[in-house]
Design a protein around this ligand. Structure first.
Ligand SMILES: Nc1ncnc2c1ncn2[C@@H]1O[C@H](COP(=O)(O)OP(=O)(O)OP(=O)(O)O)[C@@H](O)[C@H]1O
Ligand SMILES: [Mg+2]
Length: 263
């Protein structure tokens, strides 16, 4: 399990856009955080900074004992191998089988060319890839080309590939945005059951407030790159959510289903 501590994180892109402005929070090992915010509020930038794919303009991120701003490229690779990432777009290699895509999750552990192909990968890794596919209930689709699977199945393959990495912290960016409600619910159920059974720390961006309430332990809301709200789901207020979305976009709470999801 890995802890995460973000202190005064600011990200100004080269074009002058301030995507993150003094963001600070800590995530405890095993905590499930849902990140909410309107389009452009900085959610993906935050995840990319945690992954070390964007360099912070100021502030810092500590993951376990790693202080990201101090890492050289080799240490950064080592740190990233502990992090799993699930995206809205599944980023599978469409022409390869589900099994082959999952096997590639082991590449974070070894860059040996042996790991690139099922025929040459070590037996233990091939066995593990099948176990990961089994965990997402896709054993029967192991040899099917990824681009012939449904969206929900492709996202499950992507989750299996992440599992193959054996991550300690998972970053998830709009995992169900491309899926219909039923497939989206199945993917969230699966993802969260894995997170819970392995006691992983997860940070997940969502636009579906009902899902945020259902799955998040804690909700962090960003607005214009600043933390506007940081609360456990039990204390989540409709007006906090309104503040996140309404001023810029004029989106009414009722349209977002906030009443509907109130407890
Ligand atoms: N590479 C970049 N160069 C310049 N500006 C960028 C870059 N990436 C993101 N931005 C800007 O930073 C801000 C935050 O973008 P980001 O993608 O983090 O938002 P988001 O909350 O993930 O939005 P969405 O909900 O639409 O995915 C936006 O104003 C965006 O235009
Ligand atoms: Mg985004």
């Amino acid at each position: 399990m890995l802890s995460l501590k973000i202190s005064g994180l600011t990200k100004v892109y080269l074009n002058g856009t301030t995507a993150l402005d003094q963001v600070s929070f800590s995530a405890q090992p095993g905590e499930g955080i849902v990140l909410l915010g309107a389009n452009g509020s900085g959610k993906s930038t935050l995840l990319r900074c945690i992954l070390g794919l964007e360099t912070a303009t100021s502030g810092d991120i500590c993951i376990g004992n790693w202080q990201i701003s101090q890492l050289n490229s080799q240490q950064l690779r080592q740190m990233r191998s502990q992090l799993g990432m699930v995206f809205q777009k599944f980023h599978l290699v469409g022409s390869l089988s589900a099994f082959h895509n999952v096997l590639h999750g082991a590449l974070g552990r070894s860059t040996s060319p042996r790991y690139w192909f099922p025929a040459t990968a070590p037996e233990i890794e091939r066995k593990r890839a099948m176990e990961c596919l089994d965990r997402v209930n896709l054993t029967h689709f192991a040899q099917q080309r990824a681009d012939t699977l449904s969206g929900g199945q492709q996202q499950r393959v992507a989750i299996a590939r992440t599992l193959m990495q054996n991550p300690k912290l998972i970053l998830v960016d709009e995992p169900v945005a491309s899926l219909d409600p039923q497939a989206g619910k199945e993917v969230m159920d699966l993802l969260w059951s894995i997170v819970r059974e392995q006691r992983l720390t997860v940070i997940c961006t969502l636009h579906q407030l009902a899902l945020a309430r259902e799955y998040g332990d804690r909700i962090i809301g960003l607005r214009d790159g600043k933390i506007q709200m940081d609360t456990t789901v039990n204390y989540l207020q409709d007006r906090d959510l309104t503040m996140l979305y309404e001023p810029e976009f004029g989106v009414r709470c009722s349209e977002l289903g906030i009443r509907e999801i109130s407890t």
